[in-house]
Design a protein around this ligand. Structure first.
Ligand code: GTQ
Length: 362
């Protein structure tokens, strides 16, 4: 709205003083034509991340107060907001790598953020979630639903590293966080050993008591069963955009096991190149095995096992396994939030593949 009324300059200044704003000057920024997330496409090399995570093991010890020894990914798009952003990898999701050394314990707490974990390295550590001991092995996917007590104990002999994803930025922006310490440092184990496996070993069969369960009752998805499922799937036709992929779901409801956090494992056989698409939800990828590249909004991000990269909301993306081995891409995403709010949309790229206009890093 053009208006050269000389009163406007002082009028705007007065509005600002009174904490008021003129919509006509702000609508283009407040209501963009398409998603313009703060999160940027970015890739973190495992050699850097692992080096700093391992060094943290010589610098700090998990205790009450600091709670967890985690190095989190600080998306550069959020950096100006506060030192280290606000723990945002995407507009809704936080991710980090946690280190627990032999003999260490991380204290028990609970919060209304949901958490999922994906085990990267090591053996012998377990997490206790609401009295259930869950052993962690590489490739395992674990959930810690909001509101449940959880703590971590390392009874093994080698460093234990796992990938965490929580909906911290979502709750931060909603302004609804709660956090509580368990009265003791650790909670007792009250459930029988192998509880989840005893109850959920066969897909399609649900223990009768779980009919009205409030949170996902399957606490762990073992790597062997994920890999077996993908190998069987790979005998069939791939999905054009995701290759062969499985989602970790709550077997009692079919909804995302992580509640607000969706998670998947994709298998891309050697040479497999998925077609490009984009969707409203944002995705964090962790390369579990293999090497290749992804093209995100025209920029080629080469990746190797251990690298982590982010596909922001509404960004075109496609993946190509250029290695000789199968590539396994673990990912977490906020589609459950977008779907519940009626915000999800998806588009396929007109010609299937994007022209590559840049390389990461530049
Ligand atoms: O292991 O409970 O990366 O509470 C961030 C917050 C991990 C955990 C994180 C947490 C945890």
């Amino acid at each position: 709205m053009d208006n050269d009324n000389p009163r406007l300059d002082t009028y705007y200044a007065e509005l600002r003083q009174h904490h008021l704003g003129p919509l006509w000057n702000s609508i283009g920024r407040l209501m963009t034509h398409e998603p313009r997330p703060r999160a940027e496409a970015h890739l973190w090399r495992w050699s850097d991340v692992r080096r700093y995570v391992m060094e943290s093991g010589t610098l700090v010890v998990p205790d009450r107060g600091g709670e967890r020894r985690v190095i989190f990914f600080a998306n550069p798009g959020f950096q100006e907001l506060e030192p280290w952003g606000w723990g945002a990898m995407t507009n809704t999701l936080y991710a980090g790598v946690q280190l627990l050394l032999p003999g260490e314990k991380a204290p028990s707490h609970r919060h209304n953020q949901n958490a999922i974990r994906f085990v990267l390295e090591g053996r012998g550590a377990y997490t206790i979630v609401e009295g259930e001991r869950i052993d962690m092995e590489p490739g395992d996917f674990l959930i810690t639903p909001a509101g449940l007590w959880h703590d971590h104990v390392h009874a093994g002999t080698e460093p234990m590293l796992w990938f965490d994803c929580l909906d911290i930025p979502l709750l931060y922006q909603l302004g609804v966080m709660f956090f509580e310490n368990y009265p003791d440092y650790n909670q007792p184990i009250t459930k029988p050993s192998g509880y989840t496996e005893k109850r959920y070993q066969t897909s399609g069969l649900r223990p009768i008591q779980d009919r009205r369960t409030v949170y996902a009752p399957q606490a762990v998805f073992k790597w062997r069963s994920t890999q077996d499922a993908l190998r069987r799937l790979a005998e069939l036709e791939p999905d054009p955009y995701d290759g062969y992929g499985v989602e970790y779901v709550n077997p009692a409801t079919g909804e995302a096991a992580g509640i607000t956090i969706g998670a998947a494992m994709q298998l891309l056989p050697s040479g497999h190149h998925t077609q490009a698409h984009r969707h409203v939800h944002s995705t964090i990828y962790h390369v579990f095995r293999g090497s290749g590249y992804s093209v995100i909004n025209g920029v080629r991000f080469a990746w190797h096992a251990g690298d982590t990269f982010v596909v922001p909301n509404w960004a075109w993306h496609e993946h190509h396994n250029t290695g000789a081995e199968d590539a396994y891409l673990f990912s977490t995403h906020d589609a459950p939030v977008m779907e519940r709010l009626g915000l999800e949309r998806e588009e396929s790229y007109p010609d299937g593949y994007q022209p590559v206009t840049g390389e990461y890093p530049g």
